[in-house]
Ligand binder design. Structure first.
Ligand code: AMP
Ligand code: MG
Length: 415
């Protein structure tokens, strides 16, 4: 009996606990989920400062300034970024100021240099400047604490750390941060037919490609792949490999050996070492998706056909690994797309067809199959950028009709 995709995901996710936090160097937090609120140790900005290169003035002094009737002010000093002002700006006075430099006392606005002219000189310290524009109080001034105040939470637990968050964490003194740990994922490929990639396959043999494609998917999902040596179709070898995987990893992904073949030992060994929750999901490609746990470590057995492996990983393993890393959005965006051509399937189960989305001239998303759909072939997955999600119970989809597509080129959480 097959379970539905939704039921299979629900049971898997229930077995996947979020991992504990770890303290990492700031840049190693990129793309990960904060495990604790990050508090600022300073005000950002730390002082009122100029948003422009120009002159710090008292807005009231230049209230009537226009191009034809400029207001002339005495220039006290030249304040560079990184310097500290020495003079208070009084009536009829200004200080030349650069972007990011601290505002001098007395001044409450900055006039851009473009609206000024030096009077009988360059408008530097000791000279005079003509201001050709009125200003409102606070204009071109960035306030102390505008971004965040000392002691405030700058980023919250659960936030995903992108480049802007890295910048905020850096400006608030976070040399290291607490993020949820990346799952270490044992990648176990089974099959007597498998040889290493560097070998030329002899009679009846093929290269162990799944180990690599799965490891790549694990990395993209934020996990750390631990590629195990090829496991022959032998019950004792399977037992040893899965037992070791349970000792060493946070999650076990197996490929192959979960079907009804005479040499498929993954299921019996899973039942012997741990528990099996299900071994069939009503989907294609990849009906024999197998899930369980070994000594508390979640186990997911992907069928060996390369595309069944690829699709099964996307639908089940990737969201599970995200859950373990504390992400709140688990699913790739699903969008409505227009079929470029007729598509047929069997009505008994849900299909995930490898397809490519393009925009037509009217800006509509149009999908076409990206190659032959045999589950032994990976080219369509390579050329595609989405999976068409074709529901159970239906059989024929005509060109021009709308279907769901799960975008594989777009991050989870994208509307
Ligand atoms: P299985 O699920 O073990 O019955 O394998 C199904 C199909 O996938 C067979 O044609 C296998 O040869 C192929 N296969 C199994 N494991 C791998 C692998 N690691 N890399 C590439 N193909 C595989
Ligand atoms: Mg096999």
């Amino acid at each position: 009996m097959s379970v539905t995709v939704e039921e299979a995901r629900r049971v898997l996710f229930a077995r996947c606990a979020r991992l504990e936090p770890e303290n990492v160097r700031l840049l190693d937090a990129l793309g990960r989920v904060l495990a604790a609120d990050a508090v600022s140790d300073v005000d950002v900005a730390p002082f009122d400062n100029s948003a422009m290169d120009g002159y710090a003035v008292r807005a009231q002094d230049v209230a009537g300034a226009e191009r034809g009737t400029p207001v002339e002010l005495d220039v006290l000093e030249h304040i560079a970024a990184g310097a500290w002002p020495e003079a208070e700006v009084g009536p009829g006075q200004a200080s030349r100021i650069m972007t990011g430099a601290p505002m001098p006392g007395g001044a409450d606005a900055v006039v851009m240099v473009e609206y000024t002219n030096g009077v009988g000189g360059d408008g530097g310290a000791g000279g005079r400047v003509a201001v050709e524009r009125p200003l409102t109080g606070g204009e071109n001034v960035r306030r102390r604490g505008e971004e965040v105040s000392a002691g405030d939470v700058v980023l919250s637990a659960g936030d995903v750390v992108g480049p802007a968050a890295i910048g905020l964490l850096a400006s608030t003194g976070h040399d290291t941060v607490d993020v949820f740990r990346r799952p270490e994922v044992a990648v176990v490929s089974t099959g007597d037919e498998l040889v290493e990639v560097r070998e030329k396959p002899g009679p009846g043999k093929i290269r162990n490609s799944n180990s690599y494609s799965i490891a790549a998917q694990v990395s993209l999902a934020g996990g750390v792949p631990l590629r195990f040596p090829i496991v022959p179709d032998d019950i004792e070898a399977t037992r040893q490999a899965l037992s070791r995987a349970a000792d060493e990893a946070d999650f076990i992904v197996a490929s192959g050996g979960v079907s009804v073949g005479d040499f498929d030992f993954v299921k019996p060994v899973l039942e012997e070492l741990g528990e099996m929750e299900y071994c069939r999901v009503a989907m294609r490609p990849g009906n024999p998706q197998t899930m369980g746990s070994i000594r508390g470590v979640p186990f997911f057995g992907l069928p060996g056909n390369p595309t069944s492996t690829y699709v099964g990983f996307e639908i089940f393993v990737r969201p599970a690994l995200r859950l373990m890393q504390g992400f709140s959005s688990l699913d790739r965006p699903v969008v409505r797309v227009i079929l470029a051509h007729d598509v047929k399937k069997r009505p008994d189960r849900r299909y995930y067809f490898r397809a490519r989305l393009e925009r037509d001239d009217d800006g509509r998303l149009v999908a076409s199959l990206s190659g032959r759909q045999s589950s032994a072939l990976l080219t369509a997955a390579h050329r595609g950028n989405c999976l068409l999600v074709l529901p159970e119970g239906e059989e024929r989809f005509e060109a021009g009709s709308e279907v769901d597509a799960m975008r594989l080129d777009t991050e989870e959480g994208t509307p």
